[in-house]
Design a protein around this ligand. Structure first.
Ligand SMILES: Cc1cc2nc3c(=O)[nH]c(=O)nc-3n(C[C@H](O)[C@H](O)[C@H](O)COP(=O)(O)OP(=O)(O)OC[C@H]3O[C@@H](n4cnc5c(N)ncnc54)[C@H](O)[C@@H]3O)c2cc1C
Length: 90
């Protein structure tokens, strides 16, 4: 990791960390749609949650977790045929 500090005139120092936060690749949303379609079509008991999927901030991850749990609960109530076996992996 390279450090290239910026010295501000008002006395603070900012150090950018290179390559510390991974980026989505080009085509990420299409890849994700394909994976989600596969999970749906095969009725896999799986929810993908985390910064690798639908946003990198903590807020994104919390909101996405909530949405995935709501989707899971809705499927349970509807009796979707997904074999969740009572386990939630977040
Ligand atoms: C340097 C940096 C600064 C950031 N600053 C901000 C910010 O200011 N604001 C903001 O909103 N977001 C920020 N982010 C982004 C945010 O922190 C992450 O995107 C978010 O925490 C990701 O949450 P997550 O649950 O997907 O993954 P994580 O928080 O990484 O959680 C994954 C967990 O799984 C555990 N784990 C991994 N592998 C295994 C395994 N095999 N078995 C069991 N456990 C395992 C890990 O130990 C970890 O506890 C920052 C990220 C970085 C790297």
């Amino acid at each position: 990791m390279k450090f290239a500090p910026f010295f501000h005139s008002f006395g603070s120092v900012a150090v950018p960390f290179q390559n510390c936060i991974p980026q989505y690749v080009v085509g990420h949303s299409k890849n994700l749609q394909r994976i989600e379609r596969y999970i749906d079509e095969h009725k896999l008991p799986l929810s993908l949650v985390g910064n690798s999927y639908r946003g990198v901030s903590i807020n994104d991850v919390i909101l996405d977790s909530r949405r995935q749990v709501e989707k899971y609960v809705k499927e349970l109530k509807r009796g979707s045929g997904h074999d969740h076996s009572g386990e939630v992996y977040l």
